[in-house]
Design a protein around this ligand. Structure first.
Ligand SMILES: [Zn+2]
Ligand SMILES: [Zn+2]
Ligand SMILES: [Zn+2]
Ligand SMILES: [Zn+2]
Ligand SMILES: [Zn+2]
Ligand SMILES: [Zn+2]
Length: 388
């Protein structure tokens, strides 16, 4: 390397620093072309970015151009740090609610709007249900506020039915399950612990079956009990002329003959018997044969007995030319008076069934007699029926 320097020295001296100048110029030229390359690139960048910058949205909060990340809400743009909750003044980073062009954290929005679930008392962020002026989370409403189906236990949304016991159930269950012939409840494991089908075609729930009376001597003593009770109310009978038999539906149909009606629970057949002595009437007696549906709880049988006993009384004491509404209404009224003396939740349930019966003859007839005679003595009704 030192040798080389010695050889080249004169040349350097004689060339009057020319090589340096050349070198310097070269570098300068290269530098200049390098600079202009940078400037060109820079200008190109500006040229390319300027339209983007000019197109950039202004922040709705600070009014400055947004060049980086931004938030868009309802057609407006914000610097992320300027997307601020109108409720608490803090930056909104997740979901948000909007009201009158202002943005809120979901919780802040809920508080502002009074969107508090009436069941769990927590804010409602999404959809909600309104019921009787109260707001609920859909889940809180379905699972805790909506009444549950008596049959399947699921919330009662959609069409439902209420039975005479006040139990609500999805109406479609009546298409798949049978109802108890005696109490009208829908028969299922959950509602009645199941039930059974009697051979006469009746479906009886296990609640009714548990107390069902089949025995005829028992039914006879039930009649004595009812007669006793009605006697104390002022309605007497000639006991020896009245007999009773518990029957199934087939036998009841046979006993009622052409008088059989659907859902009939009893019938009173009265036969007149006249005895003659020397072609003269010595004795005219009426015999009453009462038939009641067995296989139901004793109180149901007692109520039917009271009704049929009143038929016996009417056959004995009146010309029986009353309208069917007055006749059946009066007989139901006697059942009603009897049930009132029993004074139990079951008796009031049966009274409710009498009152809610929509039948023109039985239901409306009963309500008419009740409204006219409830505040009067029983003898006033009896005298009215005797047309005294
Ligand atoms: Zn801004
Ligand atoms: Zn907030
Ligand atoms: Zn809730
Ligand atoms: Zn259901
Ligand atoms: Zn039943
Ligand atoms: Zn009747």
């Amino acid at each position: 390397m030192a040798f080389c320097c010695v050889v080249n020295l004169p040349y350097l001296q004689g060339s009057n620093k020319e090589p340096y100048v050349i070198l310097s110029k070269k570098i300068k030229n290269e530098m200049t072309s390098l600079n202009s390359k940078y400037i060109f690139s820079f200008m190109l960048l500006i040229f390319l970015l300027l339209p983007l910058y000019l197109q950039a949205q202004e922040c709705s909060y600070c009014g400055k151009k947004i060049t980086g990340r931004y938030v868009e809400a309802s057609g407006r743009y914000f610097h992320p740090r300027h997307f601020i909750c109108a409720g608490c003044g803090k930056v909104i980073t997740g979901s948000f609610g909007e009201k009158d062009g202002r943005f809120f954290h979901p919780d802040c929005y809920a508080v502002k709007e009074g969107l508090i679930c009436d069941y769990c008392k927590k804010v409602i962020k999404g959809e909600y249900v309104t019921s009787e002026g109260k707001k609920y989370h859909p889940g809180c409403y379905e699972n805790n506020v909506l009444a549950k189906c008596y049959v399947c236990g699921k919330p009662l949304n959609g069409e439902y039915t209420i039975d005479t016991y006040g139990n609500k159930y999805h109406s479609y269950h009546s298409r798949e399950l049978s109802r108890c012939d005696n109490c009208g409840r829908i028969i299922s494991n959950k509602t009645t612990g199941g039930g059974r089908a009697y051979s006469d075609g009746r479906d009886i729930c296990n609640l009714c079956y548990k107390e069902a009376v089949f025995d005829n001597s028992r039914i006879n003593s039930l009649m004595s009990k009812v007669m006793q009770r009605l006697k104390t109310l002022g309605l007497g009978f000639n006991e020896r002329t009245i007999s009773i038999k518990g029957v199934d539906r087939r036998e009841l149909k046979r006993a009622a003959g052409s008088r059989y009606e659907e859902n009939m629970k009893g019938i009173c057949n009265t036969n007149s018997r006249t005895e003659y002595i020397n072609n003269h009437v010595s004795k005219s007696t009426k015999k009453h044969e009462i038939f009641v549906l067995n296989g139901v709880p004793s109180l149901n049988i007692e109520s039917v007995i009271a009704h049929e006993l009143m038929h016996a009384w009417l056959n004995d004491n009146t010309r029986d030319d009353h309208s069917s509404g007055l006749r059946e209404g009066s007989c139901n009224y006697i059942s009603y008076l009897y049930l009132k003396t029993v004074n139990s939740s079951k008796s009031y349930q049966l009274i409710k069934q009498l009152e809610e019966d929509e039948d023109d003859t039985y239901g409306k007839g009963f309500l008419k007699v009740k409204s006219e005679f409830e505040n009067k003595s029983l003898s006033q009704l009896l005298n009215y029926l005797k047309k005294l």
